[in-house]
Design a binder for this molecule. Structure first.
Ligand SMILES: [Zn+2]
Length: 241
């Protein structure tokens, strides 16, 4: 389901992202903490050069990384490499650099594998009652409003289990190649599920938003552990001179 051209999806995502950051800035929620921002951007700079392996177009993406002041435990990468982290995910999970790298790698994985593009295509097709054929020929001309809606949904709908597993794999490899310990992906999910359980015990506090867009499944940690032997040699190599 990749009926929308990548260029259309990326342009729309870039507009969405810009608007999101403008709104955050107006509300004083665009975080300018020099240390945290530099930390996030440094990790992104390490991961990005390896992204071409998974999507050749990524070499031309205008990558951006911003930090949003919000208790929400969330992070995303929109189509075309527009990344945002929320202070909530960094602070509440007390993330290490390696953990940030695996989360960012996972998010970048969704973008590289064009999961957002697939979802936007689905949303547009659902909303416009046109035949698939008509859609194929006209998708460059889909109204801006519709694309906006689709782009919004693309970061607020849950990913499918298969997409989660695939993004996990890309994230592990990106982190490992960038010199970040991929085993940190395990501790991220352990921390995430603990936080979810603590919230539920405390009387149904909001579960981490990240879990609603990235449904966790029982086998996730097992799957990650099973894949570690494939990426640990990349990690070792990335650290040897
Ligand atoms: Zn995910």
């Amino acid at each position: 389901m990749l009926l929308l051209p990548a260029s259309t999806v990326e342009r729309s995502a870039a507009q969405q992202y810009e608007q999101l950051m403008r709104t955050a800035s107006l509300k004083n929620l665009l975080n300018n903490d020099k240390v945290q921002l530099a930390r996030l951007r440094a990790i992104a700079r390490e991961l990005i050069p390896h992204s071409k392996r998974f999507n050749r177009n990524a070499a031309n993406w205008q990558w951006e990384v911003n930090l949003i002041t919000s208790k929400a435990v969330n992070a995303f990468c929109m189509p075309g490499g527009k990344i945002a982290f929320f202070t909530g995910i960094i602070n509440q999970l007390q993330l290490t650099d390696d953990e940030i790298a695996t989360i960012m790698g996972h998010e970048i994985g969704h973008a590289l594998l064009e999961h957002g593009r697939a979802r936007m295509s689905e949303q547009v097709l659902k909303s416009v009652s046109v035949s698939v054929a008509a859609a194929v020929f006209n998708l460059g001309q889909v109204s801006g409003e519709l694309l906006t809606q689709a782009a919004n949904l693309a970061v607020s709908l849950p990913y499918a289990r298969r997409q989660e597993s695939d993004a996990d794999l890309v994230g592990l490899e990106l982190a490992a190649r960038a010199g970040h310990d991929p085993r940190a992906a395990v501790s991220v999910w352990v921390k995430m599920s603990r936080l979810g359980q603590a919230g539920a015990k405390a009387g149904g506090g909001q579960p981490p938003q990240f879990l609603s867009t990235h449904p966790s499944h029982q086998n996730r940690i097992k799957e990650i552990e099973a894949n570690l032997p494939k990426v640990l040699p990349l990690y070792d190599r990335s650290r040897s001179p």
